[in-house]
Design a protein around this ligand. Structure first.
Ligand code: DSN
Length: 417
């Protein structure tokens, strides 16, 4: 960043500060990863200079020869990776991918079923503070109290009662495999569309270690971040019959010009996610999450749904008598980054919560294995027992620095100078 360093040293120093944070902290936010350097190269490439609307071969601006090749390559790679009939890789984010699907096939006030945000869903699945809950008549389904899995029976009852135009599933804090076939059958029974937001698990799907929702859903939305470990953006997969509607839902329905530099990075993301190396990474991500879950259980933490099939754990802190906010802050102090998270049937406010969400994608990219999960689990336990004890937390910070030194970011091959 030599140019930036000279022209804007303040901003340069802030970027450096973030890089230093990433190097010396253990990143365990389930939505995060460390992208390959190629992704940063592409996101910073000359495609950022190009403005265009429309789709390959049908643009509203000239000069799209290379842009058309690039977007077509990305579309074909996404289709191949997920065995989809159609892909749109223009959505700027996962939220915008969801917005575009709704815009494509729903009318305002249409009835839609979505998983509650406070039981693992996502803002764009009907939360009242979000456009989705304001424009459409979302009705929430949730988890069963006993097993903390989606209550498919309740979902079916709600579907039969409300005859929704669409059922949405997927989430940001649901550790277990979702039964896509069962929800697809319910959607068919009531004549509604079925949409899966697979943003959190897309990398696991690509690796073949999580069911592929493309087999069951009319529409699948996702980000290319999170477990796909790539560009910061979204995409949509659908059957051929919906291709035109979806493309119109993205442009001109909800977006203007495409972010070509990000699409180029998405095209690389899809290629990499089809490799054996990526598959092995995803296998280790899940092994690490499961191992960390076992360690935390041994230390008396309660895991929502008793464990995980994926990259994330949802830890209920009520048996420990601490809040998600308190543990998030104390872990941040020692250098482990997680987020506070509502647990099912939580009575705390979303700004406080009774839980934390922990993801293993980023730390596994740095080379962490099961034995490192023992160390991380032990650190989490020690921190939980010493909230407010600055001296003790300072000594734990040393352990985190040692761990991050053993797991160097980008193997030490990347620096900002
Ligand atoms: N959905 C949010 C999360 O999972 O953290 C952001 O992507």
């Amino acid at each position: 960043m030599n140019k930036l360093k000279g022209s804007d040293p303040i901003l340069y120093s802030i970027v450096k500060e973030e890089f230093n944070r990433q190097k010396t902290y253990i990143e365990m936010i389930a939505a995060e990863s460390y992208v390959p350097i190629e992704i940063m190269e592409l996101q910073g490439s000359v495609f950022t200079n190009k403005t265009t609307e429309g789709y390959p071969g049908n643009r509203y601006h000239g000069g799209c020869y290379a842009a058309d090749k690039m977007e077509t390559l990305g579309i074909e790679r996404a289709k191949k990776l997920f065995k989809a009939e159609h892909a749109n890789i223009q959505p700027h984010s996962g939220s915008q991918a969801n917005q575009a699907v709704y815009a494509a096939v729903l009318e305002p006030n249409d009835t839609v079923l979505g998983l509650r945000l406070d039981q693992g869903g996502h803002l764009t699945h009907g939360n009242r503070a979000n456009f989705s809950g304001r424009i459409y008549r979302f009705i929430s389904y949730g988890l069963s109290r006993e097993r903390e899995l989606i209550d498919y029976e309740e979902l079916e009852k709600l579907a039969l009662k409300h005859r929704p135009r669409m059922i949405v599933t997927g989430g940001s804090a649901y550790p277990r495999i979702i039964d896509f076939k069962r929800i697809s059958d319910i959607a068919k029974e009531v004549g509604g569309y079925f949409m899966v937001d697979m943003a959190h698990v897309a990398g696991l799907v690509a690796a073949g270690i999580y069911p592929n929702p493309v087999e069951y859903a009319d529409f699948v939305t996702s980000t290319t971040t999170k477990t796909l470990c790539g560009a910061r953006g979204g995409f949509i997969l659908c059957r051929r019959e919906y291709a035109k509607a979806i493309d119109k839902g993205v442009f001109p329905g909800t977006q203007g010009s495409a972010h070509l530099h990000i699409m180029a990075a998405k095209a690389y993301t899809f290629k990499r996610a089809g490799t054996e190396e990526f598959k092995n990474l995803m296998i280790q991500v899940v092994k690490n999450a499961q191992k960390l879950g076992e360690v935390l259980k041994e230390y008396g933490f309660r895991l929502v749904s008793e464990g995980t099939d994926s990259h994330l754990l949802l830890v209920d802190l009520r048996p420990k008598g601490i809040t998600g906010k308190a543990l998030e802050e104390a872990l941040d102090y020692v250098g482990i980054t997680v987020n506070k998270n509502m647990v099912p049937f939580d009575t705390e406010k979303p700004t406080v919560t009774s839980g934390i969400r922990i993801g293993t994608t980023a730390v596994t990219i740095r080379g962490a294995m099961e034995e490192d999960m023992e160390e991380i689990g032990d650190i989490i336990k020690e921190v939980s027992e010493n909230i407010g004890n600055k001296g003790k937390l300072d000594s734990i910070r040393e352990r985190v620095i040692n761990l991050s030194n053993r797991l160097p970011l980008y193997n030490g091959d990347y620096d900002i100078v």
